[in-house]
Design a protein around this ligand. Sequence first.
Ligand code: PDD
Length: 282
Amino acid sequence: QWIYLNGEYVTKENAKVSVYDHGFLYGDGIFEGIRVYNGNIFKCKEHLDRLYDSAKSIMLDVPLAPAEMERALVETIRKNELRDGYIRLVVSRGPGDLGLDPRRSPKAWVIIIVEQLAIYPEEAYRDGLRSVSVSQRRNIPDALNPKIKSLNYLNNILVKIQANLAGVGEAIMLNSQGYVAEGSSDNIFIVKRGVVFTPPCYCGALEGITRGAIMELCAKLGYTLKEEPFTLHDVYVADEVFFTGTAAEVIAVREVDGRIIGSGKAGPVTTHLLQEFRKIVE
Ligand code: PDD
C-alpha cells in the first residue's frame, strides 16, 4: 500500500507525521472522504470544491492547485491498483511549534490514503439500522461553521461513543435549538407521505456530497424534496428515515429512540433511491 505524503509515495510503515504537526496538536486542518467506484473518483470536483472552500475559510494554503490535487489522487489510486475503495485526503496546517499560531507552520502537509472499505453488511441496507438521538449538539454557524470539513471531529466522536454505548449503528445529533442536524458522520433524510425532507445546512449539517447526489436523484425520479428544519418528533412519525454519506451511501433507519419507523425495515423510497444511486456509481 502506497501513501502519498507531500508529493512522495511511501509505504504504510513509513507514512509518519511530526508530533509538532498542528493537525495532531490542535486538529488544525481539513479532510475529505471520497469513494472510488470502478477505478473512477466519484464526484471528484465536488469534493475538491469543498476541500478548497474549507481551506480558504480557515486561511490554509493548500500547496497544490486543484488540478494537481486531482492528478495526485488519480496517481495514488493507480499506484495502489484500487478499483473500488475509499480515499482519505488530509491537508494539515503542518509542523509548527507548541503555540497555536498558524504562522509558525509555514507549510501545509498533504496526505492521501486509499483503502478497501469495510461498510455495513448488505442486510443492514435491507433491514435498516437502529439509531438514537444524543445529547451532544451540532455547532451551528455561530461557532465553527459545519460547512468546514475540519479535523476537529471530537464532537462527532462523542456522538459515535453514544451510538456505541446504545449499541446502534449511527446516532442523531440536534442543534442547540432542538432541530435535527445530522448523524456523527452522515446526513439525515426523512420521508413523509412521499415527500423527502433533509435539514438545511444552517441547521448544522455538513453539505454532504452524497446528500447532494440524493437531492439530484429525487429531482430526477420525481420525488418532492424539501430542505427544511424538522424535529425529533418528525423523525419518530416519519414513514422512512435514512442516512447518507460517502462511506454509508444510502442506509435505512428502522428504529429511533425505541420508536419503530414505518414498517420497521427499509421503506420503498429509501430502497428506490439506493437502487438508483448504485446504478449511478456502478
Ligand atoms: N463522513 N456529516 C458529517 C459530519 C460527515 O463527516 C460526513 C462525511 C457526512 C456525509 O458527507 P459526504 O456525503 O460528503 O460524505 C455528513 C465521512 C467522512 C464519510 O462518510 O466518508
